[in-house]
Design a protein around this ligand. Sequence first.
Ligand code: SF4
Length: 490
Amino acid sequence: MIIRFEDKTGSVNINYLQSLVLMYLPCEKFAYASGDDKEFSVFADYDENKGEYTVKASLKCNNKTSEKTLCQKKDENNSSQGKNLVGKAFLECAKEIFGYLPQWGIMTGIRPAKVAVNYLDDHTEKETLKFLEKEYLVSPKRAEMCVATAVNERKLVKFSQDKSASVYVSVPFCPSKCRYCSFVSSATKKLISLIPEYLEKLYKDIEKIAEFSQKNGIKIETVYIGGGTPAILDERQISKLLYTINNSFDSDNFKEFTFEAGRPDCTTKDKFKVIKDAHVSRLSINTQTTNDEILCSVGRKHTYADYLRCMDEAKNAGFDNINTDLIAGLPGESERSFKKSVDDIIGVAPGGITVHTFALKKSSAFKTEDAEKIDANSKIAARMINYSSKALINNGYQPYYMYKQKNTVGNLDNTGYSKPGFECLYNIYMMGEYHTVFSAGADGSTKFVSHDRNTIKRSFSPKYPYEYLDSSKYAGFDEKGAYEFYEKYY
Ligand code: SF4
């Protein structure tokens, strides 16, 4: 799409315009023009004398053209007003061309609950709901879910201590690659053979993070071992990894210790025993759908029966806090099949259920091989997501964290629900940027968060395990950067 863009308000950038277009056309590529040769043009102005914003937008797509002009008096309490007005003008044009409004309106950011969390500082829940609907054009159902999530999030973070942090431990290996996933380190024999060497370097990162946090009086509240599929490790490797974590940190004070078991084709009773013996408090065991045909077509190497067996084994090992992920809008899955998946998992009754929306990820098999078959604007996905919210709440689950990814069908959200007391604190802290999250291993980033939460700095580790192991590319946990950050901001 060719974009022409003139902004005299200083409040809009080109990335925002692209995000707006991508809500409707997730595979779109962009070019820019200064002349008349354009498909999407925006002119945004602010008249100092009148105290008024004016936005003119025009959109040409699918052989249709729509033009809109919106004016608004300046609201001193709304710092996003100019940007939002551009979004609204675009959405009016897009509605005329595509025939619908996205469920999240002009909310393009990845943390919708953050807007509600902040607004709730000075407003009631009702006012926040109205604000999301009016200012961001969020649908009443998603706005309700966003406010409910924000309210829970606010309650839960109150218990976080001063100068706390979390730790993410990355095991970026999978025995095979699911077709919707863009994860880089799925199994080749060569990659899997790197695991022993990878773990040795990972232990060093963990020990360095522990040493740094102890020296600086940082209290580690949650640890999350994710991937990839951490359960790809054998019992001995899992045991040593967990021992290293428990031995390095003051683990008696962890509020939460999660092991993302991931796929039921990688777990065993013995692995669960090892994990339980190491005081892991929370597991994630995912099936994504309970429909075996869909599981097969999206490249998952397990059946629903395998998931049920896996859940039984985990419960028998003593785990009572287990989360299960589902995905709404998987290619080929009907609304009826997804609703059955939601009902099936409610019947299994894990402590948490996270409902993701299918995203057309960059290097996934669906994107590279089947992109044209995907209904990017899926209205069915919206009904699936709204059904899951209603069914889960009716069965005692509450939303407690949410985020949005790029290129999801219908521009929908991923929301974590749980029964009271089974929320994942790590997810809230990480997504809401409440405190520093140290990352150990490849394909991760440490996110340093200042005491006042106004400054965030990232330190990335290499994406691929072989780069992580190459000392010329990665020297290990960024101790120097960590000291500099904490000296300046704490
Ligand atoms: S198990 Fe998870 S990380 Fe691994 S390929 Fe499948 S979706 Fe990606």
